[in-house]
Structure formats: structure tokens, C-alpha cells
Design a protein around this ligand. Structure first.
Ligand SMILES: NC(=O)c1ccc[n+]([C@@H]2O[C@H](COP(=O)([O-])OP(=O)(O)OC[C@H]3O[C@@H](n4cnc5c(N)ncnc54)[C@H](O)[C@@H]3O)[C@@H](O)[C@H]2O)c1
Length: 337
């Protein structure tokens, strides 16, 4: 199959592209290599993908409509997976503009081009952040999601809404998946696991927000990739409507569906720190801090719809995934600078 993936120099896009290339698919990877975090890591990811002859990298911004259009036309993809975004909850308080530009304007460009090039399935990365501070757990895709706490979440919700209206008008089969705290080797330097491991190895204190009373439904990146690939074969259509109406989100107005990708096994932040310490074999200096603006107290996925559609639920144990991250990080550290 021919895939067009945005965000291949990023954490998740890299893993998805690598798996597809290893399986013999053609992948065009579109990424602006933005300086939001260490670009060396982004270049390392693309260099690893370049070992596959079926990988075509394109370095450009989503907002550059002409460059995006040219890349999509050349790739002639059957499936588009849109992962490029300005990610990060906290940075969206400092720099909301980049979220509006990448996640709304940039996403619009890819949604519109997917239709013009008649792709079989458009897949868009959304986030658990759009559930906000909802006290009702687990989070079901059918829950209300109109009280986002950050501009990051608001832009992702906007993307979902724009994609729905576009799928209604033009019938492009579209799946928006909501990811839950993805982690693993080649992970993001702005996320807790990377920061904790880096600081513990450098004998520096780690900052624990919410006095440790937060919990997250962590998803191991390879489980996430497995779920994306399985979902890619289930383009939203009446023929695959799930019988249980409490979980199904397939629109009555459009070939559009929202799906959580998470295992439904939330972990308390302090237990997570224990697991990180064990994997490194060294205790952390813990600095307890209050919750930060925009933080949500918990995330907790209902995996019921994903399971019904694909027969799959992420299940890698946190101990195992954290260990894999630590091993990668220790090896990659000298090169990361
Ligand atoms: N990692 C998680 O836990 C998580 C959770 C929920 C949702 N998501 C979503 O999953 C997707 C992938 O996340 P990730 O963790 O791989 O993030 P990442 O930051 O590692 O990757 C995103 C990539 O997009 C590129 N990019 C950003 N803005 C761009 C633009 N305007 N034009 C072109 N390229 C641009 C960046 O250079 C980067 O390489 C994002 O859409 C993110 O919002 C991630």
C-alpha cells in the first residue's frame, strides 16, 4: 500500500512509518522538523527511516499548501495518516498561535487534499486531552468533549469537527483517533518519562505535579502502532457499524468515526515514578509541586470501541515499556547531545 504520513520525524510518525516500511509498504513522510524540541532527535529518526528505499521524506510545513499538495500528488497515497501537529499541553499556554496554525490550518490543508486526491482512508491524530477534567471514567468516545482546558485540546477538537463536516460534504472515509499518553523508545523530550529518566541519570530532582495525585492511561508506542494499522483496514462505513450504540461513534451524517487508542489501565503518577526508578536502578530526588495550569487530573480510556472494531486492546505492561525506553535512552544519549 502507499501511505502518506505527516509527522514522520516525530515520535509516533517515526514508529508507524518504520513498521509499515518493514512490512514492505511505500511511505512518504512529510514533516517540517520544527524546533519545538531537540531537532537532532528528529533528524535521527528520519535518518533511521532513510535506510528503507521505499521511504520518501519531504521536509516542509503543513501550512505550505503548495508543498503539501505537490507531495501528496507525487505520493498518490491510498491512506493518509496525519500525525504532524504542534503537540504538548503546557506549551499551548505560552504559544497558542503555533497550535492554531499547525493544528487547525495545517490539518485543514491535509483534510482538503485527502478529498481532492480521493484517498481510501484519512486518519487523524486527536488526543485524550479533549476530555478535559471530566470526572466520569473511563472516557468514552460518546462523552461530551466541549469543555477543553487548553488551546491544544481546543485545536484538536476543532480538527475533529472540521473533518466531520468535510466527510459529510465530500464522503472521504475519516477516522480520528484519540491517543492516551504514548511512551516508548525514541520518545519526546517534553514528556514526563523522558524528563524523569534524563534527570535521574543526571542526579537532578524530578518535578512531580499535582503532588503525585494525577493518573494517566499510558500507551506503549508499539501497541499504538498496532492499533493504527488495524484501524486503517476499518474505514468508517455502515457495513462495519458496531452493534453496541453506547460505544459506536460512526456518524449518521458522514463516513466519520472517533476512536480512543488506550488500554484502560490508568497508573498513578507516584507508582509510575516507582517503575521508572526500578528500571534505572536508582532512586529519584522527588520535588512535589501543585498541578499546573491546563493539567487534567486523570486520563482513562474506554478501549471498548477499539476492541469491537479491531479485536485489539493495548496491553504492554508499563514496567516492560519503561525498561525499553531506558535502554534506548542510555544508548542514544551521547548522540542526542
Ligand atoms: N505522544 C502522545 O502522548 C500524544 C498524545 C495524544 C495525541 N498525540 C498526537 O499524536 C501526534 C503525534 O505526536 P508525537 O508525540 O509524535 O509528537 P511529535 O512532536 O514528536 O511529532 C510531531 C511532528 O510534527 C511536526 N510538525 C509540527 N508542526 C508541523 C507543521 N505545522 N508542519 C509540518 N510538520 C509539523 C514536528 O516537526 C514533529 O516532528 C500529534 O498530532 C499529537 O498531538 C500524541
Amino acid at each position: 500500500m502507499r501511505y502518506f504520513i505527516t509527522g514522520t520525524a516525530g515520535f509516533i510518525g517515526f514508529h508507524l512509518a518504520r513498521r509499515l516500511l518493514a512490512e514492505g509498504h511505500e511511505v512518504t513522510g512529510f514533516d517540517g522538523v520544527t524546533p519545538y524540541y531537540n531537532v537532532k532527535l528528529k533528524h535521527m529518526r528520519h535518518a533511521a527511516l532513510a535506510q528503507y528505499p521505499a521511504f520518501t521524506p519531504v521536509i516542509a510545513m503543513l501550512e505550505d499548501r503548495a508543498a503539501l499538495e505537490e507531495a501528496v500528488a507525487k505520493a498518490n497515497p491510498e491512506i493518509i495518516v496525519h500525525l504532524a501537529a504542534q503537540a504538548g499541553v503546557r506549551y499551548s499556554i505560552e504559544n497558542p498561535q503555533s497550535y492554531l496554525s499547525s493544528n487547525v490550518q495545517g490539518s485543514w490543508n491535509i483534510i482538503d487534499l485527502a478529498e481532492r486526491h480521493k484517498v481510501k482512508h484519512l486518519m487523524l491524530a486527536s488526543t485524550s486531552s479533549i476530555y478535559g477534567a471530566s470526572p466520569t471514567v473511563p472516557f468514552h468516545e460518546t462523552d461530551r468533549t466541549d469543555e477543553p482546558l487548553t488551546i491544544y485540546a481546543a485545536t484538536k477538537k476543532s480538527m475533529e469537527l472540521i473533518a466531520h463536516s468535510h466527510a459529510h460534504l465530500h464522503k472521504t472515509p475519516t477516522t480520528a483517533f484519540r491517543f492516551f499518553t504514548v511512551y516508548g523508545p525514541w520518545g519526546r523530550p517534553d514528556m514526563a518519562l523522558f524528563k524523569f529518566v534524563d534527570r535521574i541519570l543526571n542526579d537532578q530532582p524530578i518535578e512531580i505535579y499535582g503532588e503525585g495525585q494525577m493518573s494517566r492511561d499510558f500507551t506503549y508506542v508499539e501497541d499504538l502502532v498496532e492499533a493504527i494499522i488495524r484501524l486503517s483496514h476499518v474505514a468508517p462505513d455502515e457495513s462495519n457499524r458496531v452493534a453496541d450504540e453506547r460505544v459506536e461513534t460512526l456518524s449518521r451524517q458522514a463516513p466519520f468515526r472517533v476512536v480512543n487508542i488506550g488500554g484502560g489501565q490508568p497508573e498513578n503518577l507516584l507508582d509510575f515514578v516507582d517503575i521508572v526508578e526500578k528500571a534505572i536502578g536508582r532512586p529519584a530526588k522527588r520535588q512535589m509541586l501543585p498541578m499546573q495550569q491546563g493539567d487534567v487530573p486523570r486520563t482513562f480510556a474506554s478501549p471498548a470501541l477499539l476492541q469491537a472494531l479491531t479485536g485489539y486492546t493495548p496491553s504492554t505492561r508499563l514496567e516492560e515499556g519503561v525498561k525499553a525506553f531506558v535502554e534506548w535512552y542510555i544508548e542514544a544519549r551521547p548522540e542526542l547531545g
